[in-house]
Design a protein around this ligand. Structure first.
Ligand code: 1GP
Length: 229
């Protein structure tokens, strides 16, 4: 339906956070390639459905990043399912997904579903703590990326620093390992400079918190990475 391999920029909206109509309009009409609806805390079916219905006034592609099975609803263009590669519990790699497929496997449209191999690298991020992650060394991250590409054939490898700006040289080294798997980077992009820097290596940058903290700067990150198109 959409050519995801051409995407460069995504805004991530948290259904647990308030956003007024004007701000949502500016985000949806910003020229970003897609919106992800996703969060860690208090992601409820009501919050997700409400946000989806408001986003659907616009034509921007909209993805649900599945954080719990209770908040999944039809109507999104795509569903991204995280698989946390640096979790110390198998649960977050495979078991929660297994239970969901066992229950809903017969109604899932597999064409709309994409697995994201997550590597969470900020130990203060809620998702890091929630999924009981360990902090990998640089070589570990590179090996996870190689596994995502060559062993699991995942469509997406996601370097997640949520709330903190990461290490561009690590992103560069990871990118060098990936040809078919798309590299997503998210975390601490609060300015055009940071957007450009990470975008030089990551296929897609994901911009979250700054939407709520500084909408003007958030909007500028779109042009920063898509200005030459
Ligand atoms: C969070 O990767 C996204 O899942 C974006 O991170 O909120 O720090 O921009 P920020």
């Amino acid at each position: 339906m959409y050519n995801m391999t051409e995407w460069k920029h995504i805004f991530k909206l948290d259904p647990d956070k308030e956003i007024d109509d004007k701000a949502l309009e500016l985000i949806c009409e910003s020229g970003t390639d897609a919106l992800i609806v996703g969060g860690t805390d208090n992601v409820t079916i009501d919050g997700v459905v409400q946000l989806l219905s408001r986003i659907r006034r616009y034509t921007v592609p909209c993805i649900l990043e599945v954080s719990n099975i209770e908040s999944v609803t039809p109507g999104f263009d795509y569903y991204f399912v995280p698989m946390v590669l640096n979790s110390s519990e198998k649960k977050w790699m495979m078991d929660v997904q297994h239970q969901a497929v066992k229950q809903y496997g017969n109604v899932i449209d597999w064409e709309e579903l994409f697995v994201e191999g997550y590597c969470i690298l900020n130990d203060e991020a809620k998702a890091y703590q929630y999924t009981n992650c360990f902090m990998p060394e640089q070589e570990d991250v590179i090996a996870f990326a190689q596994m995502a590409e060559h062993m699991f054939h995942l469509p997406i490898f996601y370097i997640e620093y949520s709330g903190k700006y990461g290490d561009p040289s690590l992103v560069e080294q990871v990118k060098a390992q990936l040809s078919n798997t798309q590299l997503f980077y998210g975390g601490g992009i609060t300015s055009t400079e940071k957007a450009k820097e990470m975008s030089a290596y990551a296929d897609v940058i994901v911009v979250g918190n700054v939407i709520y903290d500084n909408l003007k700067e958030a909007l500028k990150t779109v042009q920063a990475v898509k200005g030459n198109e």
